[in-house]
Design a protein around this ligand. Structure first.
Ligand code: ARG
Length: 573
C-alpha cells in the first residue's frame, strides 16, 4: 500500500517542483485539518513572492480531489488538507490487508549495531539497561523495514584488569570462583581482586606478569581467561533471557576479537603519516578536538607501555566492519559519556580512509537512569542495583498489581502476564523517555495502568481482545471498507494511519520514544472511540463489523508496536 502522508507529499511536491525544484512540502498533522503543509512559506521567501498567494496557486494546481475533501490556504501561507472519508477508508483497508501494517520498506542497508556490551567479570547494572533495551528496539525496527541487521555485542573481555582477575581466580580456586561467578556475584569477585591489587604488592607484581602472559597468548593463561569469559557470558545470557532481548552468544564480538588486527591498524596509521608521538604514546590528533586549555586532544592508539587501548580496538572494529563485513551503516548504542571517544574514532577512521562516503556511522547516545535523588540508582544500603534484581522485583510488583486489578485471573496466567508486564514496564519507561535525557527510575509510575506506560498499552490491547471474546465475534476480513461516520471513528482511523510515520521518524532519529508517544496516542484515541461508539451493540450489523475491524486493527498495531519495542502484549490480563 502507499502511505497516506507520502501520497499527499508526493502529489504536492510535483506542484512545488513545477514552481521551483528542491522545494519541500513538509506535512504535519494539524488541529485545523488532517494535515498542514508549510513549505510554501519558505518557497515564497526564496522567490520573493507573497506566501499566501503562492500557497493558493499551489493549492489550485495540485489535483487532490480524489484524496481530499477540502484544500484550504490558512494563516500566513499554510495549506490545510482535509482527507476525504473514502480515501481514509481505502487506506485503512489496505493497511489491514498488509503484513507490515502500512509501514513502508526501506532501501536495504547493511546495518551493524553495537549495543549492550557489558564487561567480563563485572556486574550488569541498571546502566546497561538502556543500551541493551534501546539497541534491541532499534534492531527490531530496522529489520521490520527491511534492513540487513547484524547485532554485535562488543563485550569488554580484554585489557590490563584481566591480569588481576586471573590471579584472583587462581587465589580463590577455580571451582569456587566458577561457583561465585555462576550465581552472578560478579561485583564481589571484581571488588576482591581490586582490593588485593591495591593492598598486596606481590599480587600486583603477579597481576602485571599475568598481563604479559595473556598478551603473549600463553596457553594456561588463556585457559583461565576463558573461564572468566565463559562464566560471565553465561550470566549475561541469563539477564538477556529475563529481559527478553534478541542477543545470543552468536552476537558476541568482544574486544579480544580484534587483537590480531591491532598491530596492522597502528602500522597502517603510521604508513599514512597520521601517528604522532606524544609522551611516549602513539596518537592520532583529529582536527577540531581540544582540551579545556585549547590544546589538541590525542586519540591514543598505542600506549607508552606498548599496549593497545580501547581506541585502537574501536578503530580496528570500524575497519573490519566496513572492509570485511560490508557495513553501510554502523550504530553505537552507548552512553553519553563516551561521545567524545566515538567522535574522535570516527574522525580518525575517516582520515585513514576506513569510512568511505556512503558509509554512515553514528553514536546513538543515551542519558542515565537515576534514583529519586537524581544520582546513580542505588539500593538502600548504598550499593549499585543489579539489573537482575531490578527485573525480579518488577515481576513481583507486577504480579501484585495484576492480582488487584483482576482477581479472577488463574495463577498460571497471572504468572506469565506478570513477566510481560513487569519487564515491559521497565523497558517502556526507558524507551519512552527521549533517549538523550536522563530519567528518574520510578516504580509507581512505570507500573501504573494509567498514563504513558507499558501496562496501559498492554491493557488497551487486552481490552480489545476481550471485546472479541465477550462478543464471541470473529475477527472481520480486511475486505469491506470501514464506515467512518462518527468523528471518533475518523479520529481513530487517522491515528491508525500514522503508524508508518511513527516508525519512520523513530528510525530517522533512533529515538524509540517517538514510537512510544504514537502508541500512547493511539491507545488514548481508541478509548475515545470506545466511549462514543458502541462496538458489540452497534445499531446495525454493518456498523458492528466495521467497528470490530477498527478495533482489531488497533489491537494489531498496538501489539506490533510493542513487539518492535521488545515488549509482549498478552491477550488477557
Ligand atoms: N564495554 C564498554 C563499556 O562498558 C562499552 C563498549 C561499547 N562499544 C564499543 N564499540 N566501544 O564501557
Amino acid at each position: 500500500m502507499d502511505d497516506t502522508k507520502t501520497v499527499l507529499e508526493t502529489r504536492l511536491r510535483a506542484v512545488f517542483d513545477a514552481v521551483e525544484t528542491g522545494a519541500d512540502p513538509v506535512l504535519r498533522p494539524s488541529d485545523h485539518a488532517d494535515f498542514q503543509a508549510n513549505g510554501a512559506l519558505a518557497l515564497a521567501k526564496r522567490l520573493g513572492r507573497q506566501p499566501r498567494e503562492l500557497a493558493a496557486e499551489i493549492a489550485a494546481a495540485a489535483s487532490l480531489d480524489d484524496l481530499c475533501e477540502t484544500v484550504e490556504v490558512s494563516g500566513p501561507g499554510f495549506i490545510n488538507l482535509t482527507l476525504s472519508t473514502s480515501f481514509i477508508a481505502n487506506q485503512l483497508s489496505a493497511m489491514a490487508a498488509d503484513d507490515r501494517l502500512g509501514v513502508l520498506g526501506s532501501e536495504p542497508e547493511n546495518v551493524i549495531i553495537d549495543y549492550s556490551s557489558p564487561n567480563v567479570a563485572k556486574e550488569m547494572h541498571v546502566g546497561h539497561l538502556r543500551g541493551t533495551v534501546i539497541g534491541d528496539a532499534l534492531c527490531r525496527m530496522l529489520t521490520y523495514v527491511g534492513h540487513h541487521v547484524r547485532r554485535e555485542n562488543h563485550i569488554g573481555d580484554w585489557g590490563t584488569p584481566f591480569g588481576m582477575l586471573i590471579e584472583h581466580l587462581i587465589d580463590v580456586g577455580e571451582e569456587k570462583a566458577v561457583l561465585e561467578l555462576s550465581v552472578g556475584d560478579l561485583d564481589t569477585f571484581y571488588r576482591q581482586a581490586r582490593a588485593s591489587f591495591d593492598s598486596d604488592p606481590t599480587f600486583r607484581d603477579r597481576s602485571r606478569a599475568r598481563v604479559v602472559l595473556l598478551q603473549s597468548g600463553d596457553a594456561e593463561t588463556m585457559r583461565l581467561w576463558q573461564i572468566l569469559v565463559a562464566e560471565s557470558v553465561r550470566y549475561f545470557d541469563e539477564v538477556y533471557a529475563k529481559l527478553g532481548v534478541l542477543l545470543t552468544d552468536d552476537d558476541i564480538v568482544g574486544e579480544s576479537a580484534y587483537n590480531s588486527m591491532l598491530a596492522d591498524v597502528v602500522r597502517d596509521l603510521d604508513g599514512l603519516g597520521l601517528l604522532v608521538e606524544s609522551d611516549g604514546a602513539r596518537c592520532v590528533f583529529p582536527p577540531g578536538f581540544t582540551n579545556r586549555n585549547g590544546d589538541p586532544l590525542p586519540l591514543i592508539v598505542r600506549k607508552s607501555d606498548g599496549g593497545y587501548g580501547y581506541a585502537a580496538t574501536d578503530l580496528a572494529a570500524i575497519r573490519d566492519r566496513v572492509g570485511r563485513l560490508g557495513a553501510t551503516e554502523i550504530l553505537y548504542v552507548v552512553g553519553a559519556p563516551q561521545a567524545q571517544h566515538f567522535e574522535m574514532c570516527f574522525a580518525a577512521a575517516t582520515m585513514a580512509g576506513w569510512l568511505p562516503d556512503g558509509v554512515r556511522v553514528a553514536h546513538v547516545s543515551f542519558g542515565s537512569v537515576q534514583g529519586a535523588d537524581h544520582k546513580i540508582l542505588k539500593t538502600r544500603a548504598g550499593d549499585r542495583i543489579r539489573l537482575v534484581d531490578l527485573l525480579d522485583e518488577a515481576v513481583e510488583r507486577a504480579e501484585t498489581a495484576i492480582a488487584e486489578k483482576n482477581p479472577d485471573l488463574d495463577a498460571a496466567t497471572r504468572g506469565s502476564v506478570a513477566k510481560m508486564l513487569g519487564v515491559g514496564a521497565i523497558k517502556y519507561a526507558d524507551l519512552s523517555t527521549d533517549r538523550t535525557r536522563d530519567y528518574v527510575f520510578d516504580w509507581e509510575r512505570m507500573l501504573a495502568f494509567e498514563g504513558n506506560t507499558a501496562p496501559y498499552l498492554q491493557y488497551a490491547h487486552a481490552r480489545i481482545r476481550s471485546i472479541f471474546r465477550r462478543g464471541n465475534a470473529a475477527v472481520p476480513d480486511p475486505g469491506p471498507l470501514p464506515l467512518l461516520t462518527e468523528p471518533a471513528e475518523r479520529d481513530l482511523a487517522l491515528a491508525l494511519l500514522g503508524f508508518n510515520d511513527a516508525v519512520t521518524s523513530t528510525l530517522g532519529s533512533w529515538n524509540p520514544s517517538r514510537l512510544c508517544a504514537y502508541l500512547f496516542d493511539l491507545a488514548t484515541t481508541f478509548t475515545g472511540f470506545y466511549e462514543n461508539c458502541p462496538v458489540l451493540k452497534a445499531p446495525t450489523d454493518e456498523l458492528r463489523t466495521s467497528r470490530l475491524a477498527l478495533s482489531d486493527l488497533t489491537a494489531r498495531v498496538l501489539a506490533q508496536g510493542l513487539e518492535l519495542l521488545g515488549i509482549s502484549a498478552p491477550d488477557q490480563m
